[in-house]
Design a binder for this molecule. Structure first.
Ligand SMILES: [Zn+2]
Length: 270
């Protein structure tokens, strides 16, 4: 794809509570891909001279549950627009006491506990085995952490997220197991987004926003469960902070990538 065909360089996938980014400005596109329609229309806008494609993961009205999100169509649509980096915020539960509601975590690992998702673009005859040792783009994570420091945002530099199928939450036994394994967060959407992006050579950065403690941690440590009103208030407040944070990350992304995300995708194809 040459530069004139690129409609957006950066993709932004909004999670729960994050349904709009350009506040009515921007050009809305309805896209159909060979993997179906994405979750909603994609809005193209500009941040600091960079073209950004915004897509709400659950749809603008939060009408698509985590296990029904058209993950392949979403990532493919962004690829077709020319996107080479994806920033993907998501709401998560905490599995550790020190990871507190309101904190951000820049994830570096995942554990896949999903069951029924289409998680590859390569179903044959073309075959690819993508490396997954370090799924999240190191360069993008570094920029995100630098910006958090500058802005005084509490962002933990790494974290392992367990991605469950949903839409149900974990049982007490599952949640305690995840915590005992030393894993940090629980979520329903990061997988397979990160893998699909990797297969297409797109850098993927996750910004996890902790909304509450998962069931195992508050029952075992005698922490009071957060009320739903508190979660929602926390959420609204943090969504505004998250938007400012995302804008400053975009502003600071260099034009050229110096990571190996593209090479990894090229190596994967047999
Ligand atoms: Zn990268």
């Amino acid at each position: 794809m040459d530069d004139s065909q690129i409609k957006a360089q950066i993709g932004l996938i909004g999670g729960t509570g994050f349904y709009d980014f350009f506040e009515g400005r921007g050009e809305e596109l309805e896209i159909e891909t060979k993997f179906g329609r994405p979750s909603d229309k994609i809005t193209i806008g500009e941040i600091a001279g960079k073209k950004v494609a915004f897509l709400p993961r659950h749809g603008k009205k939060h009408q698509i549950p985590p296990h029904k999100i058209p993950y392949r169509a979403n990532i493919y649509a962004l690829k077709e627009l020319g996107v080479s980096r994806i920033i993907a915020p998501s709401a998560v539960g905490s599995l550790k006491q020190e990871l507190m509601p309101g904190d951000f975590v820049i994830c570096d690992q995942f554990v896949d506990r999903t069951k029924f998702r289409q998680d590859s673009f390569f179903d044959g005859p073309e075959v690819a085995h993508i490396e997954m040792a370090n799924p999240y783009c190191f360069e993008a994570r570094t920029i995100a952490l630098e910006k958090a420091k500058e802005l005084g945002i509490k962002a933990h530099p790494k974290g392992t997220v367990v991605v469950i199928e949903g839409p149900k939450f974990s049982t007490l036994a599952e949640s305690l197991w995840f915590s005992k394994m030393g894993w940090d967060l629980v979520n329903m959407t990061q997988y397979p987004e990160v893998v699909l992006s990797s297969e297409l050579g797109i850098c993927y950065l996750n910004i996890s926003l902790i909304t509450d403690y998962d069931v195992g941690i508050y029952s075992s440590r005698k922490i009071e469960p957060v009320s739903i009103e508190q979660v929602l208030a926390n959420f609204r407040q943090n969504t505004e902070k998250l938007k400012r944070y995302v804008s400053s990350i975009i502003e600071n992304m260099p034009q050229q990538r110096s990571c190996d995300c593209l090479k990894k995708a090229e190596r994967a194809i047999i």
